[in-house]
Design a binder for this molecule. Structure first.
Ligand SMILES: Nc1ncnc2c1ncn2[C@@H]1O[C@H](COP(=O)(O)OP(=O)(O)O)[C@@H](O)[C@H]1O
Ligand SMILES: [Mg+2]
Length: 211
């Protein structure tokens, strides 16, 4: 489903990921851990082509992805939540935001808005639907971003620090939600309790030597 072979990624003049190989297959939840700055966010973004890889291979559902054109068809099938939900949400309202993906996938406006409303209901967030995305708390933004991704019925999820901004009650809610989804997931998280609850396996990143 997702396979990475000898991947190296540079940002500026630093190697962030160096010669990394791993696979994600079946309905498994793989967690990325490592100190801040070890490249968890960089790796997730490289996997969908948002950051270019200098070396190595990325295969999504078996297809070798190198150019923007290669990655594009997979950006709906693989749901991605950025570490900062402000990079993801553009509203204007919560409902508009969640409907955006389904509209882009070709649903009619009424269909897309129905899907969006149902998705917000499923997450218990429908009370937010008419609010501007700008007034949401950080935790609410995270859930709305996830609702937007799930509304596209992805076959796999890539989540970057999904517990950011959540209190313990909402971390529990998120944990139960992700467990019920039965989707393969790659999740970057610094939250070790959350990781312990959900991870089938953990991939540890560390800083490569540069030079
Ligand atoms: N736009 C950028 N240009 C250059 N370096 C960057 C950029 N974004 C992040 N970095 C650097 O890349 C490294 C990895 O960052 P990141 O992937 O965000 O790590 P993590 O998610 O593990 O905290 C850090 O040293 C960071 O400073
Ligand atoms: Mg990060």
């Amino acid at each position: 489903m997702l396979s990475v072979n000898h991947l190296s990624v540079r940002r500026g003049d630093q190697w962030i990921i160096r010669d990394l190989s791993f696979r994600l297959e079946g309905i498994r939840r793989l967690f990325l851990q490592g100190e801040i700055g070890t490249g968890k966010s960089t790796l997730l973004q490289a996997l969908l082509g948002f950051i270019p890889a200098q070396q190595g291979e990325i295969r999504l559902f078996g297809a070798l992805c190198q150019t923007e054109k290669d990655f594009r068809p997979f950006r709906g099938r693989i749901g991605f939540c950025f570490q900062n939900p402000d990079d993801q949400l553009f509203g204007p309202t919560v409902l508009d935001d969640v409907a955006f993906g389904p509209l882009n996938q070709g649903l009619s406006k009424p269909e897309a808005y129905t899907v969006a409303r149902r998705q917000l209901e499923k997450l218990g967030m429908d009370y937010l639907k008419d609010r501007s995305v700008n007034v949401l708390s950080g935790g609410e933004k995270n859930f709305v971003a996830l609702a937007g991704v799930l509304a596209m019925r992805p076959e796999m999820l890539l989540l970057d620090e999904p517990t950011n901004g959540l209190d313990s009650k909402n971390i529990k809610k998120l944990t139960a939600l992700l467990r019920d989804l039965n989707l393969p997931m790659l999740i970057a998280s610094h939250d070790s309790a959350f990781t312990e609850q959900l991870a089938d396996s953990v991939l540890w990143l560390r800083k490569p030597e540069n030079g």
